[in-house]
Design a protein around this ligand. Structure first.
Ligand code: FNR
Length: 386
């Protein structure tokens, strides 16, 4: 049975033929390469965070104060990284977090399609953002047999929200990820210093511009009335979600619902009580609010409060060992964010797939060495604060 860790054999094998990997396998070198290669304003948007970026930095740094203890005398030649989520069996616990400028990360402006192809190549589900350079139907069509999730920024106009949800359902997305922390954009100095916000320039708005309800609201062709279309988007982008809205979401879709942005145990408990299908512990990679505690440090409290409701996690995941730590702390599935955006920027679908394969390979080999043949074994082993 092939294992994710076999990717290292491919790399070493290619080396014997004189072929070096096109992209680095570690995050630090990947960032260095991407920083040199990406257009400055895309880089700023992807790399930047809120305030002085303390939370953003802490998200990644905090993984360093969690550690695990290996177990020996276990035969881990056969490993199974599969998980159950939203009624699906997924081959690994890794997914792609929604990134709203994925479209801009490739030079051709079709990074969303490239990410979808990388998902098809790796079996790692894509969470497609509402903010996309290609319509959600086209993105889904490139995902192949790999299931995909749709992330919703809930428009103020109810009919528009219903339309986006209905389209996601019709296109075959398998879950709706409702983002709770972004009805307004956080204070992002790197973008403010260059006065650049891609959406206000008409980028990544194709889900709106192709939407029948949005077009009706606009009442005139988008192409000839771009300024007005962008203005309509701005006026409608998102509304604050409160607990009372859960019933509305339930009535609007049959898809499983994940609530993204939950960090407090009380919120996790309430979401579970109200029947959320998944709780998504994330602080948006420190892009929305500065000063928050690193998400990985909040994960154990969220998991304990969530009870039997699965917990998804992202924010600060940079490697396979980060994935395993998050699983050990109780995450059902772990989202990769910025690293895959850098992979896209450097080598399109192949670059994105490479980044995901490296993360999976490291996680798989770590489990092999440490005596954990399954995700359940990782969770049982746990992680400790060091
Ligand atoms: C995001 N994130 C995000 N989240 C979301 O729900 N919808 C979105 O459209 C976006 N867009 C977006 C753009 C960019 C450039 C980034 C970096 C992030 C947040 C994302 O889903 C995830 O929570 C973070 O990326 C996790 O942080 P790290 O691990 O990438 O630092």
């Amino acid at each position: 049975m092939p294992h994710y860790g076999d990717y290292q054999n491919q790399i070493y094998g290619a080396g014997l033929q004189g072929v070096q990997p096109r992209l680095p396998v570690d995050f630090a070198t990947l960032v260095e390469r991407a920083t040199a290669a990406m257009p400055p304003q895309v880089l700023t948007y992807v790399q930047g965070g809120c305030g002085d970026e303390w939370t953003q930095d802490e998200n990644a740094r905090a993984f360093r104060h969690w550690g695990m203890i290996p177990r020996m005398m276990v035969d881990t030649r056969a490993r199974d990284l599969s998980i159950e989520l939203f009624g699906l069996t997924l081959p690994s616990p890794v997914f792609m977090a929604p990134i709203g400028v994925t479209g801009l990360c490739t030079q051709d402006g079709h990074g969303d399609l490239a990410a979808a192809r990388a998902s098809a190549m790796t079996g790692v589900p894509l969470t497609a953002s509402t903010l996309s350079n290609d319509p959600l139907e086209d993105v889904k069509a490139q995902c192949g047999d790999t299931p995909a999730f749709f992330q919703l920024y809930t428009p103020r106009d109810g009919a528009l929200a219903e339309s986006l949800i209905g389209r996601a359902e019709a296109a075959g997305y398998k879950a709706l990820v409702v983002t709770l922390d972004t009805w307004v954009t956080g204070w992002r100095p790197r973008d403010l210093n260059v006065a650049n916000f891609p959406q206000l320039r008409g980028a990544v708005l194709q889900n709106y511009f192709t939407d029948p309800v949005f077009r009706k609201l606009l009442g005139k062709p988008v192409a000839e009335n771009l300024r007005e279309a962008i203005g309509l988007w701005g006026a409608n982008f998102a509304r604050p979600i409160t607990w009372d809205d859960i019933a509305w979401f339930r009535s609007a879709t049959k898809l499983p619902i994940a609530l993204k942005g939950i960090c407090h145990p009380d919120d996790a408990r309430r979401a579970a009580d109200l029947g959320a299908d998944a709780i998504y512990c994330s602080n948006h990679g420190g892009r929305q609010a500065n000063g928050g505690i690193a998400a990985i440090d909040l994960l154990p409290g969220v998991v304990a409060a969530a009870g039997s409701t699965p917990v998804l996690f992202d924010s600060g995941v940079r490697s396979g060992s980060d994935v395993v730590k998050a699983l050990a702390l109780g995450a059902r599935a772990v989202g990769v964010g910025r690293p895959y955006a850098y992979g896209l920027a450097l080598d399109g679908d192949a670059g994105c797939a490479h980044v995901l394969k490296c993360i999976l390979a490291e996680a798989d080999l770590l489990m092999a060495v440490n005596g954990w043949p399954t995700v359940a074994a990782v969770r049982e082993a746990g992680a400790q604060r060091v």
